[in-house]
Structure formats: C-alpha cells, structure tokens
Write a protein that binds this ligand. Sequence first.
Ligand code: FES
Length: 184
Amino acid sequence: MTKPSVGGLESPDLSSHDATAHESAPHVPVFAGAAREELDQLLTRYPTKMAALLPALWIVQRERGWVSEDSMAEVSDLLDLTPAYVKGVVTFYTMYHQHPVGKYFIQVCTTSPCGICGAEEVVKSLLRHTGTGDLGLTSRDGKFTVIEVECLGACGFATPVMINEEFIESVTPEKVPGILEDLA
Ligand code: FES
C-alpha cells in the first residue's frame, strides 16, 4: 500500500519503531546524517524556519516512532523556536505521539454518529482482542495501542477504524478478531 505523505514526507513507519524506547535514555540526536540533510533540504522550501515545524516533527516521529521532550528541544534549537512553542504544537495535533506506541496504532471514531451505531462495542472488542486492556495503553508484546478519536470523516460507514495508515470502514465487534489476524 502506498503511504500518504505530509508536506512531501513519507508517513512514519510505525512498524519499525522501538516501542520500548524511554524518555530517560540518553538522547541521541535525530537530525544527524541523512535526517539532517533532509531537514536542510526541507528548510529551502519554506519562507521561515518556523514554517518547517510540522514536517520536522514528522521526521522525528518517522525516525523514533514518537516525539520525546528531548526531540522537541532538539527541534526547537534547530528551528530557533522556544521549547514551549514546539510542545504546544506537538500537544495540539493528535497525529504526534508523545510516548511510545504499539507497532499497530489503532484509532476508533467514537463521536456521536458512530457512537449511536455501536462504536463503544467496537472499542471494547479491540481492547479485549489486542490485550491492551485500556485506551492509550500498549499491549505487552508491543504490538497494539488503541485510542478513541473524533470524527474520521466516514460517518455513513460506522464504525470507521484507522490502523496506522490503513482506513477500515463498517467495523463491528465481530469483525475485530479477523482484522487483527490479518495484521499478523
Ligand atoms: S462521526 Fe464517526 S466518522 Fe464521523
């Protein structure tokens, strides 16, 4: 499947990141070697360094699977922004992960139209069959993280679920085991 892009950048490969990474480990700069070259190239396409913030954070997430406080500080240095500004952006957009997530990041729409059609039961089935147990937690094997999100733009096809870049419509609790099996 072709991955969508953001600002010309390939979307993060969540299957390649280490979900056991921890904030307390010594920070290894993201923007060294090829990633630094990519950022430098990126900066030539924007009128200001600030304008390159979103794609720069996207590079961090692609390389590390999530955006740590240390990575935010690194980005703020490189783009001449305050750490608070960078953190404000990271926390505003749900597409940026502020902690390690599973290899398969599962987003379920539970906004009212989908809620009326049974989204909560889909969520329960996902939590049970992935072994995550609760929203936002990652399964012990590091494979799955399930979260609820607002409208995914497929209100006529409840319940829509996104697994990494894959969009699946009309998910029911009964379909969940098969969907998860197909990921294996
Ligand atoms: S309300 Fe669920 S996709 Fe719109």
